[in-house]
Write a protein that binds this ligand. Structure first.
Ligand code: COA
Length: 209
């Protein structure tokens, strides 16, 4: 689920976010960060309204210190949830309680010149090169960040240690496998939505994650 900048701008935040959630958004250090926090949380609220019919003000999007956590409504608090924000777009995704989900949105733009060399392996650079300009690099980056979020832990290692294999390089929507050394592989999905990549990775607790 994505909340586009135009959709977010058209919403009354009080319809979607509790007073405490709005206060947490307003506590971000800049107007840009405040808007990003709102976009991410609006995306979660819209997602769970569409998926489960849960009223947006019946629960809150809190945090475990890193990842988002749903508080206050037992039927939804058991699921895994992830959110992302990029250039005004909010993205959210959920997975069953036995799984752990990570979502990442990346605005497709000129990438930092050193990003591909720093973040991608040689094989990933070859896969990224099947898409025009920097779009491939940003897609691989989004998939890696989605996988890092699915782990729900701090990441203190090089991004090259998250290894992505696209099933069909060059496509604007598809699937991938993601491997972090010593951990179970994750399955991932991605697609282009306007000027953004949205990537989703799922780790399964049932496989020892
Ligand atoms: C965890 C990480 C992927 C989040 O990236 P980000 O750019 O802040 O991501 P987004 O803006 O898309 O999403 C932020 C949301 O992700 C969630 N989040 C943050 N860290 C998380 C983690 N470790 N696990 C799960 N979710 C996390 C939060 O809900 C956060 O939203 P909030 O701050 O509004 O509550 C990033 O901080 C990271 O550690 N990256 C890898 C390290 C690295 O090398 N980065 C540089 C790349 S060149």
């Amino acid at each position: 689920m994505t909340a586009t900048p135009a959709w977010v701008a058209a919403q009354d935040p009080a319809r979607w976010l509790t007073a405490r959630e709005r206060a947490r958004c307003d506590a971000a250090p800049s107007a840009r960060r405040q808007a990003e926090r709102r976009a991410g949380r609006l995306a979660v609220k819209r997602l769970l309204l569409d998926a489960f019919g849960v009223a947006p003000l019946a629960y809150e999007v809190g945090t475990d210190g890193l990842a988002p956590l749903l508080c206050g409504w037992p039927e939804v608090t058991a699921i895994s949830i992830s959110l992302s924000h990029s250039a005004g777009l909010g993205a959210a995704s959920w997975a069953d309680a036995g799984e752990s989900v990570g979502v990442d949105a990346q605005h497709i733009r000129p990438a930092h010149p050193g990003l591909a060399a720093r973040a991608l392996t040689a094989r990933e650079r070859e896969q990224a090169g099947r898409l025009p300009s920097d779009a491939g690099t940003l897609l691989l980056w989004a998939l890696k960040e989605a996988a890092i979020k699915a782990r729900r832990r701090a990441w203190g290692r090089a991004l090259r240690e998250v290894v992505v294999t696209l099933d069909a390089p060059g496509e604007e929507a598809g699937t991938a496998w993601i491997e972090v050394a010593g951990e179970a592989e994750m399955r991932a999905w991605y697609g282009r939505q306007g000027d953004w990549w949205v990537a989703r990775a799922v780790a399964s607790h049932r496989h020892g994650f």
